[in-house]
Design a protein around this ligand. Sequence first.
Ligand SMILES: Cc1cc2nc3c(=O)[nH]c(=O)nc-3n(C[C@H](O)[C@H](O)[C@H](O)COP(=O)(O)OP(=O)(O)OC[C@H]3O[C@@H](n4cnc5c(N)ncnc54)[C@H](O)[C@@H]3O)c2cc1C
Length: 326
Amino acid sequence: MIATTDALDLSASEEPAIPAGEPAPPTGKQVAVVGAGAAGMACAIGLGMLGNGVVLYEARSRERMHEAPPLEASEREVFERLVLKGRIRCEYGRKLGMNLELSDLHLWHDAIFLGVGLASSRVLALSGSDPAGLVDAGRRVAAVYALDDLLALPVPQRAIVIGASRGAVGMAARLKQLGARDVTLALRHALAPDGREEEVARASFVRVRGWVAPLEVLRDERGAVESVRFEQTRLLGDCVVDTGGFTEIATHAVFKAVGRTNGPERDPAVRHQSREGDRIQVDGCFRTALPGIYAGGDSVAPRLEQGQARRHGLLAAQAIHADLLA
Ligand SMILES: Cc1cc2nc3c(=O)[nH]c(=O)nc-3n(C[C@H](O)[C@H](O)[C@H](O)COP(=O)(O)OP(=O)(O)OC[C@H]3O[C@@H](n4cnc5c(N)ncnc54)[C@H](O)[C@@H]3O)c2cc1C
């Protein structure tokens, strides 16, 4: 495992192996991987083997996927096994910037990995390089890095906090303390019944709404947030799956706790450098300047060989996993 704070030499050619054996027990986290090239596929496999759910979004159609396959036969076998187990779900014909928005991915997933190859500059140009611009994206979804950041925001009467992490529960409790009347913590599964998070939520009068996955932020005709539409989830084997049932929760604002890291993205100056020419800037752990968003492969270092792009994907998977569990 890499330590999340260690710098990696992104140009090194040493190739870590695709993990073998059985995948780790589910973490309950779900990551969007955009781009099914060498970096994206390796990242999806790495994340899946570490116990995370992955949705792989690829611009090409399923039929065109046989062109230049980025995986060896043995790697493809691991990939197919993870698909069969429901750890990786593939959505083909989904092109970021066309029929897929970064702000939606941010709402649906705990983290995002961009492995879109040389198309990266176009993708980021569409979302802007400023984190506020990204998460706002006309939807008023606020990404807050840490509890203290809440002090800088107007406190809504009703709020939804998405996530089950300690950070999300702490954020919901803090919103109540700051005067929000009605705070709902919405999570894809249930909180551990006798865990610390449950205790904090109960003591702070935060309403816990388990077994729901956010789908869409709904707004009134003036653009103000009105509610969030969720899909109900359930446990199937050891995976959380969607049920096809829907529910809506009224709110004035939506928050997501995005782990505060000590990486350079905490430096406001770096926000304006998240894209340099045709490449996305990342730190040693493949984190972009945008909270919860990672990138690797040709997107961050054009003209890599396939093996190096795969290495990025695998190392990024380890970094994302470590950040999600931090
Ligand atoms: C002409 C050429 C020849 C090469 N020959 C070799 C070689 O012989 N050996 C070698 O090791 N390397 C070779 N390379 C390099 C190798 O192809 C790259 O290093 C590697 O493909 C990079 O992997 P990646 O995952 O970063 O990007 P890519 O492999 O480019 O994958 C990006 C993926 O993202 C998808 N995508 C793009 N935009 C979007 C979007 N907006 N939304 C959703 N999905 C999107 C694409 O369809 C694609 O599947 C060659 C490269 C080129 C250009």
